[in-house]
Design a binder for this molecule. Structure first.
Ligand SMILES: Nc1ncnc2c1ncn2[C@@H]1O[C@H](COP(=O)(O)OP(=O)(O)OP(=O)(O)O)[C@@H](O)[C@H]1O
Length: 242
């Protein structure tokens, strides 16, 4: 599905925000990307989504290279950034229609999806209101709905649970599982180990741009003794000591 091969991003000529990262995500999996502040999660997401280009390496999604065929590549994923404060002057429904236009979703399909998504996220009564009047969580749900309107095979979510109420977060996790089970991939970043533990098939732990661990939760658990929590191993892998 997606191959990230030896990808490096350097800022200011010397800071390696992402350092020779290689990851391969397979159909059917939810992959959690974990790391402390400044580890390189958002930079990786920006490269996967084409917001910024790697200085080295390549990224291939559904056999399409982001450098060789960027437009086709970008049709394959839906992206939810960590800051949902965008398109504030549009009403919810206008925004969803705009996103459906961008991705050429025909009118029958878009109506079905808008109905389904707004029901799942409890947003049916908010579609006629301006996004500027929404709470943080509602804005986040709207961006999420817009990203999913073309039913992309890869979901890329930057800190998706932050700001969601328990019900929406529950439904989102359920949707992530459903999506992956249909043979798609969900890639999301988080600081929260508990979230990763509950929903991920595999996790990657990044620190200072370097991938410190990549494997299943069971494999990660296998690295800690019974009376040590996962948090301990996470802290060890991401400590500042060289
Ligand atoms: N546009 C930029 N210019 C210069 N340095 C940057 C830029 N964006 C990120 N960095 C630096 O690159 C490193 C990785 O940042 P990144 O935002 O990818 O981390 P992160 O894991 O997403 O962190 P957080 O969890 O705090 O969001 C940090 O040292 C950050 O200061």
């Amino acid at each position: 599905m997606i191959q990230i091969k030896n990808v490096t991003k350097v800022y200011g000529g010397k800071l390696k925000a992402v350092d020779n990262l290689t990851l391969e995500l397979k159909p059917g999996e939810i992959f959690g990307f974990l790391g402390p502040n400044g580890a390189g999660k958002t930079t990786t997401i920006k490269m996967i989504t084409g917001i910024t280009s790697p200085d080295a390496g390549e990224i291939i999604l559904n056999d399409i290279s982001i450098t060789q065929d960027p437009l086709n590549y970008k049709r394959q994923f839906g992206f939810v950034p960590d800051n949902p404060d965008i398109f504030l002057r549009l009403k919810g429904l206008e925004y969803l229609n705009f996103m459906a236009d961008v991705y050429n979703v025909d009118s029958t399909l878009r109506q079905e999806r808008i109905k389904d998504l707004s029901k799942r996220f409890d947003m049916e009564n908010a579609l006629g209101d301006y996004i500027s009047s929404y709470s943080h969580g509602m804005r986040q749900k709207m961006i999420l709905m817009g990203a999913l309107i073309h039913d992309p095979s890869l979901w890329v979510l930057d800190e998706p649970m932050t700001g969601l109420d328990p019900k929406s977060s529950y439904y989102l996790k359920e949707m992530m599982r459903e999506h992956a089970d249909k043979g798609n991939v969900v890639f999301f970043s988080t600081h929260v180990l508990d979230v990763a533990e509950k929903v991920c098939d595999r996790v990657g732990i990044i620190n200072k741009g370097k991938l410190m661990f990549c494997g299943t939760m069971d494999e990660l658990r296998g690295l800690v003794s019974e009376n040590e929590g996962l948090e301990k191993i996470f802290l060890e892998m991401t400590s500042d000591e060289e």
